[in-house]
Design a protein around this ligand. Structure first.
Ligand code: FES
Ligand code: FES
Length: 175
């Protein structure tokens, strides 16, 4: 039997009837039309479905929609309205940290989470962060570079004349 779910998504309040087994990812993509959140493995492994729930990253394929009752959800669609989100987008563009883009939203949500922490990521920390999600085509070096740069308070804007700073690898290994 469906239940009424009230939640905030990217600052907008919603009240929707959901089924108990409906996942947060399904709600966002199929009911609210926010398809920037990707579904890959649907088993909590790839991280493509990562969103922020009350500011913390979660695999939305593993979270029931009803677990978001009364809470705040942020998805990639809301990043352009957020200072840290804009910084992350700019650094992913500057470092060319995407290719097909399937994984990008998940990585960017991790980047926003860390960028808001106002502590610059070390190379090791950025690699550990990148290792929690899977990318199958860009390689991890540009993603690590973008995550690090976005975590710096004075990260340059996307219009910077500086080119990409790292080459990609296709090994699937952040190291
Ligand atoms: S789709 Fe959720 S972790 Fe892969
Ligand atoms: S950019 Fe294609 S999977 Fe990461």
């Amino acid at each position: 039997m469906s239940e009424l779910l009230r939640l905030s998504v990217n600052g907008l309040d919603w009240a929707v009837a959901v089924e108990p087994e409906e996942t947060l990812a399904e709600l966002l993509r199929e009911r609210l039309g926010l398809r920037g959140t990707r579904l890959g493995c649907e088993q909590g492994v790839c991280g493509a479905c990562t969103v922020l729930l009350d500011g913390e990253p979660v695999r939305s394929c593993l979270v029931l929609a009803l677990q978001a009752q009364g809470r705040e959800v942020e998805t990639v669609e809301g990043l352009a309205d957020d200072p840290a989100g804009r910084r992350v987008i700019a650094e992913f563009v500057r470092h060319r940290a995407y290719q097909c883009g399937f994984c990008t939203a998940g990585f960017e949500m991790l980047g926003v989470w860390k960028a808001r922490a106002e502590a610059e990521l070390s190379e090791e920390q950025a690699r550990a962060l990148a290792a929690s999600n899977l990318c199958r085509c860009t390689g991890y070096r540009p993603i690590v570079a973008a995550l690090r740069a976005a975590s710096r308070e004075e990260a340059p804007a996307a219009s910077s004349a500086e080119g990409p700073v790292a080459e990609g690898s296709s090994t699937g290994d952040p190291g």
